[in-house]
Design a protein around this ligand. Structure first.
Ligand code: FES
Length: 141
């Protein structure tokens, strides 16, 4: 299938000032917004700051506001957006911005420290049910 073209307006800047910058990106079947951001990094803006890790909708590190709504960029299929309409990609409003699409999520790690690890009760027997195993495996495929 031949590539079509999408317009992305990506926030560029830091906590003091920034603006959306427009990029034209060739779109292939199955592409997600994170792929488009990576294409921009590879071809037009190597200094574009973006955080990602798993590219499998598991870690949450690619979170951004896509057309005004919090989303995982690695799970946001390009075909979901109306052809010809610009796709706005901005950092999450929930956290302080560091640069471009990267925010300071250190608050999450502070909260995590306060959550006690799971400890089975003394003498209690904990068994996995097969349907729980199946569900966990589904997310790890
Ligand atoms: Fe891990 Fe998107 S890269 S959720």
């Amino acid at each position: 299938m031949s590539a079509t073209q999408a317009t992305l307006r990506v926030y560029r800047g830091d906590k003091n000032k920034g603006e959306e910058v427009e990029y034209k990106v060739p779109v292939e079947t199955g592409m997600v917004v994170l792929d488009a951001i990576h294409w921009i990094q590879a071809h037009q803006a190597p200094d574009l700051a973006v955080r990602w890790n798993c590219k499998a909708a598991k870690c949450g590190s690619c979170s951004a506001e896509v057309n005004g709504k919090p989303a995982l960029m690695c799970k946001s299929r390009m075909e979901r957006f109306a052809p010809g309409e610009p796709i706005h990609v901005r950092p999450l409003k929930t956290f302080p911005i560091i640069r471009d699409l990267v925010t300071d999520v250190s608050w999450n790690f502070e909260v995590k420290k306060r959550i006690p690890p799971f400890q089975p009760r003394e003498g209690a027997e904990w068994k996995w049910q097969q349907h729980d195993v199946d569900r966990a495996q589904e997310f790890r495929k």
